[in-house]
Design a protein around this ligand. Structure first.
Ligand SMILES: O=C(O)C(=O)C[C@]1(C(=O)O)C=C[C@@H](O)C=C1
Length: 381
C-alpha cells in the first residue's frame, strides 16, 4: 500500500518488527488464557454428563450454537483492518484446538482424502482434530455408531441435484442425529491424463454427474459413465486407467496426479452442497435452529397428511422443505421428510410434535441444529 508519510516519520523496520513480537507475545498469552477456560468448560461438561447418568468420557464437546455466538460476536467487535473472513478463519482453528483440548476428537467422513466431504469436515472442525475417511456413507454411519470416531460428516443435499438419498436412508434407521450443518461451494472439474477426445470412460458419483449434466451432454455425450461411491474414489480410479476421466474437485487433481481438462463444469455457477455433522445426540437449542423430521401417516385416511401438516401452521412453524421416500420395511407406504424452523426440544416445535402424535404412527426427530444457510450478512461456518 502506498504510504504518504515523509520518510523521516516512518518508523524503521526493525522497530515495527519488535512491536509485532510484543503483540505476538500478548496474543499467545491470551490464547492460552482462553485455552485454560476451554479446559474448564470441558470439565463442566463432564460433570453435567455424569449428573445426567451419561458416560463423562463421551460428553459432547462440539456445540455448534455456541460457536455461532462466538463467530457473531467477532463480527460485532471487529474494528478492522483485519477482514471478518480472516478473523473467522483464525477462530476456526482456535476453536478446533479448544475442542481437542477438552477431549481427543476424531471425525469420520465420506472419503477417500480429497472429497468435498473432506473439505466440509475441515471447514467445520479445522486442523486440531484427527480425520478418518470411510468408503461409503453407510460405513461413515457404522463407524460413528461403533464409536470409532466422535463426529461424522456426510453429504446431505446439493443445490442442483437435491437430497443425497443414502444419507436420508441411513438417518431413518440409525440412532445417530444431525448435530450441525455446513454449506460448501462446489466446483466440479473434468480430470484426466489423456485428451478430451481420447476419453472412453468417466468415473464419478451420481450426484456429481447430475450437477455437470449440461457440460457432459455437450462435450462427452457418448462416453460411458461409471458410478463410484465418491468423487475422490473416481479420481483415484481414473488415475489408474489411461483412457478414463473423473468428475471431481481440483484438489483431487493434485492428490491423484491428474490434469484438469476442464474446470467449473457444473451447471449452476454457485453450485453448493450441504453437509450434515452427525453425533450421538442433537445440539442444545440455540438462537436460530432448524430441524429435520420424518413421519408416517395413516395412508388409508383421506386428509391424514393435511392433518399432520396443519399442526405446523397452527403453531406458526415454517416448513422449508418437504419430501417423501418409500418406507423401508413396508412397500408402497411412505415416510414424509420435513425440514422446519425451530428446535425439537423447545416450543413452538415441541408443541407441534406433541400435536402430531394424534395423526402420525411414527415421528422421527433426525436432528435439530443451528441454521447455517449461507446468508451473506451472517456468514455461517
Ligand atoms: O462453549 C463451549 O461449549 C466450548 O466448548 C468452547 C468452544 C470455544 O472454544 O469457544 C469450543 C467448542 C465448542 O464447539 C464451542 C465453543
Amino acid at each position: 500500500m502506498p504510504n504518504d508519510q515523509p520518510a523521516s516519520q516512518i518508523p524503521n523496520l526493525s522497530y515495527i518488527r519488535e512491536k509485532i513480537a510484543g503483540v505476538d507475545e500478548d496474543i499467545v498469552r491470551l490464547l492460552n488464557a482462553r485455552a485454560n477456560l476451554s479446559l474448564q468448560v470441558g470439565e463442566a461438561k463432564r460433570v453435567e454428563s455424569q449428573n445426567r447418568g451419561d458416560d463423562p468420557k463421551e460428553s459432547q464437546v462440539f456445540v455448534p450454537g455456541q460457536e455461532q455466538l462466538v463467530f457473531d460476536r467477532l463480527g460485532q467487535v471487529n474494528q478492522g483492518p483485519l477482514p471478518i473472513t480472516a478473523l473467522k478463519a483464525i477462530y476456526r482453528e482456535v476453536m478446533s484446538a479448544s475442542i481437542a483440548l477438552q477431549r481427543p476428537v476424531g471425525v469420520g467422513y465420506l472419503g477417500p482424502r480429497g472429497t468435498f466431504t473432506h473439505a466440509a469436515a475441515l471447514k467445520k472442525f479445522g486442523e486440531g482434530v484427527a480425520y478418518s475417511p470411510y468408503p461409503t456413507i453407510a460405513a461413515v454411519f457404522r463407524a460413528l455408531e461403533a464409536k470409532e470416531v466422535t463426529y461424522a460428516v456426510v453429504p446431505a443435499e446439493n443445490s442442483r441435484a437435491g437430497s443425497v438419498q443414502p444419507t436420508l436412508d441411513q438417518l431413518i434407521s440409525s440412532p445417530l442425529r444431525i448435530r450441525g450443518e455446513t454449506y460448501l461451494p462446489v466446483e466440479q472439474c473434468l480430470l484426466s491424463n489423456t485428451t478430451l477426445a481420447s476419453i472412453r470412460r468417466i468415473y464419478s458419483m451420481p450426484v456429481a454427474f447430475e450437477q455437470s449434466e449440461k457440460w457432459l451432454e455437450s462435450n462427452a455425450s457418448h462416453v460411458e459413465r461409471v458410478n463410484c461411491d465418491s468423487t475422490a474414489q473416481a479420481a483415484e480410479q481414473a488415475s489408474r486407467d489411461p483412457e478414463a476421466a473423473a468428475v471431481a474437485s481440483a484438489i483431487c487433481s493434485e492428490i491423484y496426479g491428474l490434469n484438469i481438462i476442464a474446470r467449473g463444469i457444473q451447471d449452476q455457477r454457485d453450485n453448493t452442497t450441504r453437509f450434515f455433522i452427525l453425533a450421538p445426540e442433537v445440539a442444545p437449542p440455540s438462537a436460530a435452529d432448524k430441524s429435520l423430521l420424518a413421519f408416517s401417516v395413516d395412508h388409508r385416511q383421506p386428509g391424514a397428511l393435511c392433518d399432520a401438516l396443519r399442526c405446523f401452521k397452527e403453531h406458526g412453524v415454517n416448513l422449508t422443505n418437504i419430501a417423501s421416500r418409500p418406507h423401508g420395511p413396508r412397500p408402497w407406504e411412505y415416510l414424509f421428510f420435513v425440514e422446519c424452523s425451530g428446535h425439537s426440544q423447545a416450543p413452538p416445535l415441541s408443541r407441534v410434535l406433541d400435536d402430531m402424535k394424534a395423526y402420525c404412527p411414527e415421528i422421527l426427530i433426525l436432528g435439530s441444529f443451528p441454521d447455517q444457510r449461507p446468508i451473506p450478512s451472517r456468514g455461517g461456518m
